[in-house]
Design a protein around this ligand. Structure first.
Ligand code: LUB
Length: 218
């Protein structure tokens, strides 16, 4: 994803041993990096990629530009980190929902309900989505959108729900997954454009009724 050389900090952080991670200096650096990332997410979510500068980010965390550049090589690098962190949110959400031990269909509902809340409330998610939509303006390749959700829903959750007789079997799991992700994505996009996502949860409940309702066996 990051085609050029990585800045020293993230590389060290990702490959660090437990002992290194427990080292106070490392810990502090990671915390600072994540503070910068959260602040940049707020700004990217609100003002978009072109409307946000490293200077804005530095100002909003009360650091020098140099301190920010220590953690992120440039604005592209920062955007990639925001988008990647937003995908990690989904992985964390998935683990948490799986931990609830629900049946396959209830898992799908819970997962998407909680994703809708994240789109309404979580700056990292809002920023990640906005940056994905602005890919054409960003001179770096961001992770390919949608595929992870489609794959997860299709090959795991929908297939299991079909086996359990909770979801119609006359359509392929992959087709159903594409429809759900497209509907969800369209829903949050329309809500963003028309109402800055203020009505997202209401719009989600409509999509949920119609689209997830259509999954029922006939
Ligand atoms: C999700 C977005 C926004 C799919 O998976 C992704 O890449 C997504 C990125 O633009 O919505 C939501 C099910």
């Amino acid at each position: 994803m990051n085609q050029t050389t990585s800045p020293p900090m993230p590389t060290t952080a990702r490959t660090a041993s437990i002992e290194q991670l427990l080292e106070p200096k490392q810990e502090r650096a990671l915390r600072t990096r994540s503070q910068i990332l959260e602040a940049s997410a707020e700004l990217f979510a609100q003002h978009g990629y072109l409307g946000t500068s490293i200077t804005d980010v530095a100002r909003s965390v009360g650091m020098t530009k140099g301190a920010v550049y220590f953690h992120f090589k440039d604005k592209e690098d920062m955007a990639i980190a925001v988008v990647e962190t937003h995908y990690q949110r989904w992985a964390t959400l998935l683990d948490s929902v799986h931990g609830q031990g629900l049946d396959p269909l209830a898992t799908i509902h819970e997962l998407l309900d909680r994703a809708a809340h994240a789109f309404a409330e979580d700056a990292m998610v809002r920023a990640g989505t906005r940056l994905q939509a602005e890919q054409a303006q960003i001179k770096a390749e961001l992770p390919r959108p949608y595929l992870a959700w489609i794959e997860k829903l299709a090959s795991n959750l929908i297939a299991s729900a079909q086996e359990a007789g909770q979801v119609r079997r006359d359509l392929e799991a992959a087709a159903l997954a594409r429809v759900i992700v497209s509907a969800f994505f369209g829903m949050q996009y329309v809500s963003d454009v028309l109402n800055s996502r203020d009505d997202l949860l209401t719009r989600w409940s409509e999509v949920r009724t119609v689209v997830l309702g259509a999954l029922a066996p006939r």
